[in-house]
Design a protein around this ligand. Structure first.
Ligand SMILES: Nc1ncnc2c1ncn2[C@@H]1O[C@H](COP(=O)(O)OP(=O)(O)OP(=O)(O)O)[C@@H](O)[C@H]1O
Ligand SMILES: [Mg+2]
Ligand SMILES: [Zn+2]
Length: 508
């Protein structure tokens, strides 16, 4: 017997076997049970998410004499039986990709006049409707404006942007969503069990993820995997089928990236590409592995979501421990950014190699050394200004403390790991908490929250503000009485700053 592909074999014939799209099923069920059928529907959404399947179920359901409780056709009444016959003329499927001319639509208009032969409605399912020519759209518009009572049109498209507004406004629009990986895994489990095939849990997760939200894509991959494997469908088999790079090599690459070890990262890229792996897939795999590290680092029991073999998962956890979230996010960004470039580039390998360098390197320029260098530049500019000014006035150049504080916040903002503290700091009145006069920096601490910030940044204050920007000879920290634990605060500041030049004053 010829092989029937899984996605055809398992095409749902009733609403209860469809996965996801609950919002759509619910709307249609209500329509069917209330009998308030519109004349035109527009089903939009990514490929393989159930548009044609739903249109077929709906077309039979509105004709069924005894629809089931969930709105599905009963399959047993005479109309249901007649409509499932292959030569039935009441449900007409038209592929607009190959019948896109005005004559095709004119033909449709001629035929739509004739009443249905068995049920109440004659249903036209026009697939890929965005492919119609302008004149065909115009002809269709006429029919949609004055349809015969018995006609129902279901237009389906993946590209709703190409449908003229005039058509859109005459249709009831339903948007099909991408399926989640969990929904796809559940479906795969059922199908594998029904087919009597053994599988590794992680293998199904991988297939579902490769489906990218499309049921058809997911089932097509499952189909290939089933044919590829003799017995059990394993994780490594699926990787082979997908042509994905071996996870161990990718992990090696990611480990090098985490360590900012450009040389070893580039060598690993070379090795992987040398093994004949697709460069775009490699970039995708790296981005995905980094994303998995983010999960492993931040979520308890992340492997419930990731569904990876335990030894791979453990390596991800270790990588997470060795890398900050900022750096991970930065690296994911770099590899996602090149996705578009890779599609059009003739030198994909170079694009990936440069991404590797960027992922390792760029981050380093955001570190304190870089910031201090920039502050030094500012300082020297300020000095030039002072010397220009000193001819005209003996008054000491006054630095704008507000601006200094702003700069500091800016630095903190860029250095995202300090974001929590930054947010806290940003909350407070920036004008009054920092002042500078006669080489003495006065930091006034008004609230516990702000104190926490100082606590966190005491060293930064010293190195960046005091040493690098100002010629501070003395720092005075004033703790406001409102602070709950002034005594403790003073002790802490002294401990942190550890400098006997610092005066601490309680209240002002
Ligand atoms: N929501 C769903 N639940 C269960 N199976 C589904 C679902 N959506 C799609 N499928 C499976 O995928 C196959 C293709 O679905 P369908 O033809 O309905 O997709 P489509 O949205 O019309 O795609 P296209 O835009 O490519 O025409 C079906 O035969 C079925 O096996
Ligand atoms: Mg379709
Ligand atoms: Zn029926």
């Amino acid at each position: 017997m010829a092989h029937v592909s899984l996605y055809r074999k398992y095409r749902p014939t009733s609403f209860d076997t469809m996965i996801g799209q609950r919002h759509i099923v619910r709307t249609l069920k209500n329509t069917i049970l209330s009998g308030k059928i519109s004349h035109a529907y527009l089903f939009t959404g990514t490929r393989g998410t159930g548009k044609t399947t739903t249109a077929k179920i709906f077309a039979r359901a509105i004709n069924c004499l005894n629809p089931r409780e969930d709105g599905s056709p009963c399959e047993t009444c005479e109309v249901c039986k007649a409509l499932s016959a292959p030569n039935c003329l009441d449900i007409i499927e038209m592929d607009a990709a190959s019948n896109n001319g005005v004559d095709d639509i004119r033909d449709l208009r001629e035929k739509v006049k004739f009443p249905p032969s068995v049920g109440k409605y004659k249903v036209y399912i026009i697939d890929e409707v965005h492919m119609l020519s302008q004149s065909a759209f115009n002809a269709l518009l006429k029919t949609l404006e004055e349809p015969p009572q018995h006609a129902v049109f279901i237009l389906a498209t993946t590209e709703v942007d190409k449908i003229p507004q005039t058509i859109l406004s005459r249709c009831m629009r339903l948007d099909f969503k991408l399926l989640t990986t969990a929904e796809l895994v559940d479906l795969l489990k059922k199908i594998f069990e029904e087919e009597g095939r053994e599988y590794q849990k992680e293998a199904l997760q991988l297939i579902a993820e490769a489906g990218d939200g499309s049921v058809r894509d997911c089932l097509s991959i499952a189909d290939i995997c089933m044919s590829y494997c003799e017995g059990q469908v394993g994780y490594d088999d699926v990787l082979e089928v997908l042509g994905a790079s071996s996870p161990t090599m990718i992990l090696e690459l990611v480990e090098a990236l985490v360590k900012s070890d450009v040389r070893s990262a580039l060598e690993t890229v070379e090795k992987i590409i040398g093994m004949g792996k697709n460069v775009s897939l490699l970039a995708k795999d790296v981005a995905k592995t980094l994303r998995n590290v983010v999960f492993a680092k931040n979520c308890v029991n992340a492997n419930k979501i990731l569904g990876l073999p335990i030894e791979i998962y453990n390596r991800l956890v270790r990588l997470g421990d060795a890398c900050s979230n900022d750096k991970l996010v930065h690296m994911v960004d770099v590899f996602m950014d090149i996705e578009g470039q890779l599609k059009y580039s003739n030198s994909a390998q170079v694009v990936v190699e440069m991404a590797v360098v960027k992922a390792c390197d760029l981050f380093v320029s955001i570190d304190t050394d870089g910031i201090i260098k920039r502050l030094k530049d500012v300082e020297s500019k300020v000095r030039t200004l002072i010397s220009l000014d000193s001819n005209q006035s003996n008054e000491r150049f006054q630095l704008d403390v507000g601006e200094v504080w702003g700069r500091l916040l800016n630095i903190l903002n860029k250095n995202k790991s300090m974001i929590v503290a930054y947010n806290a700091a940003n909350d407070v009145d920036t004008k009054t908490q920092l002042s500078y006069k006669d080489n003495v920096l006065v930091i006034t601490v008004f609230s516990d929250k702000q104190f926490a910030v100082l606590d966190y940044f005491a060293s930064e204050f010293k190195s960046i503000i005091c040493k690098e920007y100002f010629e501070i000879t003395d720092v005075k920290i004033v703790l406001d009485n409102k602070i709950d634990e002034v005594e403790q605060g003073i002790a802490k500041i002294t401990e942190l700053v550890g400098d006997n030049k610092i005066t601490i004053k309680k209240g002002e």
